[in-house]
Write a protein of this length. Structure first.
Length: 350
């Protein structure tokens, strides 16, 4: 029900996905009347692998976290995440309010042992035609060095599990490669990561800059949520601008249109490779269950990719694999740290 378009996007995406993936079953959580109306439009009202679970309340994009967590206990977001906790679903996907989704997911599912704060991680295409994993992308705006340190450990565990790389390379996003560059948080984080590198715990490459994300310099790029979200949205905007500019130029005169016709195959391949919709669906890393966040403004095509990422993660038993990797990587001192964080609200009064 969340996001900019609600079930007008999520329902057709779900219908398309189950039609492509014959072993998948989806539970559509939200206001039943609205969901049924949308399913009827797509002639999928009686689809055998689509079911509806009614939830009366909706978390809006401008709802404060405390409202979503304490007052809207029957929201589609909370009910969907609770399905994962209860084992009735293997993953939850939402395009709704990011802060609310993170708070609800953390409260309902709790974090993995040794994880202080969950982080949003997604894949970004690079020149090597392989993904660069980047985190955090907006869950934690203000971070301390030990938070970024944990992000690096979680990212390393994720890539090791997903890509089969025993020691994926980790880069720390900075304004320069030199050790003297950056603010104190970044400098202190670098010290923690270098110490882990010397112990053989992490494969720390060093500081990386913004262009290294797309060069594929490292498998993982670590940053705080403020920087990560700005970098992500800027890169997506640039991709769309590039596509619009190229399209406009090829349509500008008959000679250019002829050139576009000749290069049609290459242009389609480039458009497909750079299409940000194909990379929609970020995992909330560090939870005791799978939760994936779609862009709020995603269309049905992009939202279907988010469902695909959740399905793949569930199919490969990602939580168990990441949990085992984190248990091996996470320092004992951090594992014993209190998980209580002032940025996370206490449990609501029953």
């Amino acid at each position: 029900m969340g996001g900019d378009h609600g079930c007008a996007v999520t329902v057709p995406a779900a219908v398309s996905f189950v039609n492509r993936q014959q072993d998948a079953e989806l539970i559509l959580v939200g206001r039943e009347e609205a969901i049924r109306a949308e399913l009827k439009k797509h002639r999928a009202l009686d689809h055998p692998r689509l079911s509806i679970l009614h939830a009366e309340e909706v978390v809006t994009m401008d709802d404060p976290v405390e409202v979503a967590l304490r007052r809207k206990k029957d929201s589609s977001m909370r009910v969907a995440v609770s399905l994962v906790k209860d084992g009735r679903a293997q993953a939850s996907v939402s395009a709704g309010n990011t802060g609310a989704l993170m708070a609800i997911s953390r409260y309902v599912l709790k974090t993995l042992p040794g994880v202080d704060r969950p982080a949003i991680c997604t894949l970004i295409p690079n020149q090597k035609d392989k993904p660069t994993y980047m985190l955090d992308l907006g869950a934690n705006v203000d971070c301390e060095p030990h938070h970024l340190h944990q992000f690096a450990l979680m990212g390393s565990a994720l890539v090791a599990s997903s890509e089969g790389k025993a020691k994926p390379s980790v880069g720390l996003l900075n304004i320069g490669e030199e050790d003297i560059k950056g603010n104190e948080v970044v400098k202190q984080t670098a010290k923690l990561l270098r110490a882990d590198h010397e112990k053989g715990v992490l494969n720390f490459y060093g500081n990386v800059e913004g262009d290294d994300i797309f060069k594929g310099t490292t498998d993982i790029v670590v940053c705080d949520g403020f920087v990560g979200n700005v970098a992500l949205k800027a890169s997506e905007g640039l991709g769309r601008f590039f596509k619009a500019a190229v399209t406009a130029e090829f349509k500008s005169n008959p000679l250019n249109m002829l050139g576009a016709l000749i290069a049609r195959g290459a242009l389609k391949a480039i458009s497909r490779r750079l299409n940000p919709s194909r990379y929609n669906g970020a995992s909330l890393l560090g939870l005791r269950g799978l939760v994936f966040k779609s862009h709020g403004g995603a269309d049905a095509y992009a939202y279907e990719w988010a469902i695909r990422r959740a399905y793949d993660a569930a199919t490969h038993d990602l939580i168990a694999r990441i949990s085992a990797s984190i248990a091996e990587l996470m320092p004992q001192a951090e594992a014993q740290a209190a998980s209580a964080d002032p940025s996370v609200l206490p449990a609501p009064i029953q």
